[in-house]
Design a protein around this ligand. Structure first.
Ligand code: 3PG
Ligand code: MG
Length: 417
């Protein structure tokens, strides 16, 4: 059943509590935190513009990082408010608390078409606990609840779930924003009855992280193309040597079962024919996050057994070209998970060939291409092909859970049309 959306609402003069996912990457520059990728903010602008044009009084709520109930200054949403003001071209009031006096003052002073952003809801531990009393406080001034935070909809938190229940109990409407609507359309409806052939590209580190999504997509896809470190567990399951590659030996059977299911359902299930391997060398240095920095020696593309001291870092060119050929004939493409360590140019070659093939199929043969969030979006953007695909999700964990067929609490709390 389709969800009620902001389009369906009469909100003139009403206070509309809008949960957005402004959990954006930030960096410290000259002592200030600044937003380094504003995609999630940009993607909410259509919802906000629509609500403004309808005369709503908009109260935005969001979280940033995982401050675990403390007022962690580096996780303040204030710089996000500045960025939003710049992108929206309208003033954005900022309340330095998401509940209580300062939130109340700002919410009650709003006039029709005005916007305020509340401070990080996760400054209270009650947010993640979905504490009912806290949800009441958050929704205190809300006549209407809107959720445009698809990326956080897999969390049953006070601002994503509890506050909606509070508004509904009072007789108020709970609706999806336009971004939420688009996410549900592309990751949900479009994949229910996809134009065929439907080709799925699945990467990522672990079979265990992706097995639910593999299982579900085996029921729907014509072809599944596997990449990423997950491929090495399949290799291991076939009795091949994987050297120092990241593998899950305990999931060898899971991998074999997935292949058997593909065979039974007539799904073309492809594993990489060649792999780029290298020997990781610890440089003894630490990165900004305190993690060891590695360099890579003996980089080569190979087939078959991986040498004992080497590690797989991505699909090889032959695999990428084979995958590209399959993608050229696709009518629907879903991509979830990177096909290698694309952040390092030395291992990004295969991922880039596949990214280009997805873009070409979209542009030249009218395929619908849906990029299922997180690292796959990063890979497409790094290849500068973000504007050449049909849809890129703003969700990470949320996209994965939704593609697995799960019910997201933030979606379940919204009303049907
Ligand atoms: C995300 O970025 O994944 C969402 O905003 C949810 O954040 P979380 O993983 O910290 O709950
Ligand atoms: Mg997450």
């Amino acid at each position: 059943m389709a969800k009620l959306t902001v389009r369906d609402l009469d909100v003139r003069g009403k206070r509309v509590f809008v949960r957005v996912d402004y959990n954006v990457p930030m960096e410290e520059k000259d002592g200030q935190m600044v937003v380094t990728d504003a995609t999630r903010i940009v993607e909410t602008i259509p919802t906000l513009k629509l609500l403004i044009s309808k005369g709503a009084r908009i109260i935005l709520a969001a979280h940033l990082g995982r401050p675990k109930g403390k007022r962690e200054p580096t996780m303040s949403l204030r710089p996000v408010g500045l960025k939003l003001h710049e992108l929206l071209g309208e003033p954005v009031e900022f309340a330095d608390d998401c509940i209580g006096v300062s939130a109340g003052k700002i919410a009650s002073a709003l006039k029709d078409g005005q916007v305020a952003l509340l401070e990080n809801a996760r400054y209270y531990k009650e947010e993640e606990a979905n504490d009912p009393a806290f949800a009441e406080k958050l929704a205190q001034f809300a006549d209407v609840y809107v959720n445009d935070a698809f990326g956080a909809a897999h969390r049953a938190h006070a601002s994503t779930e509890g506050a909606a229940r509070v508004v509904a109990k009072r007789g108020g409407k709970c609706a999806a924003g336009l971004l939420m609507e688009r996410e549900l359309k592309f990751l949900g409806d479009e994949l229910e009855n996809p134009a065929r052939p439907f080709v799925v590209i699945l990467g990522g580190a672990k079979v265990s992280d992706k097995i639910k999504v593999i299982d579900r997509l085996l029921e729907k896809a014509n072809t599944i193309l596997i990449g990423g470190a997950m491929a090495y567990t399949f290799k291991l399951a076939h009795g091949e040597k994987v050297g120092k590659s990241l593998v899950e030996p305990e999931h060898r059977q899971t991998a074999l079962d997935a292949e058997a299911k593909a065979g039974k359902l007539g799904v073309n299930f492809q594993l990489p024919a060649d792999i780029v391997v290298a020997t990781a060398v610890d440089t003894g240095k630490l990165n900004k996050k305190g993690k060891p920095v590695f360099d890579y020696a003996n980089i080569q593309t190979m087939k078959g057994d991986i040498p004992d001291d080497a590690e797989g870092f991505g699909i090889g060119d032959e695999t990428a070209r084979q995958y590209a050929k399959i993608l050229a004939g696709a009518k629907t493409i879903l991509w979830n998970g990177p096909l290698g360590m694309f952040e390092d140019a030395r291992f990004a070659g295969g991922t880039n060939i596949v990214a280009r093939a997805v873009a070409d199929a979209t542009q030249n043969s009218g395929a619908k291409s849906i990029i299922g969030g997180g690292d796959s979006v990063k890979a497409i953007n790094k290849a500068k092909l973000g504007d050449k695909v049909t849809f890129m999700s703003t969700g990470g964990g949320a996209s994965l859970e939704f593609l697995e067929g799960g019910v997201l609490p933030g979606v379940a709390a919204l009303m049907d049309k």
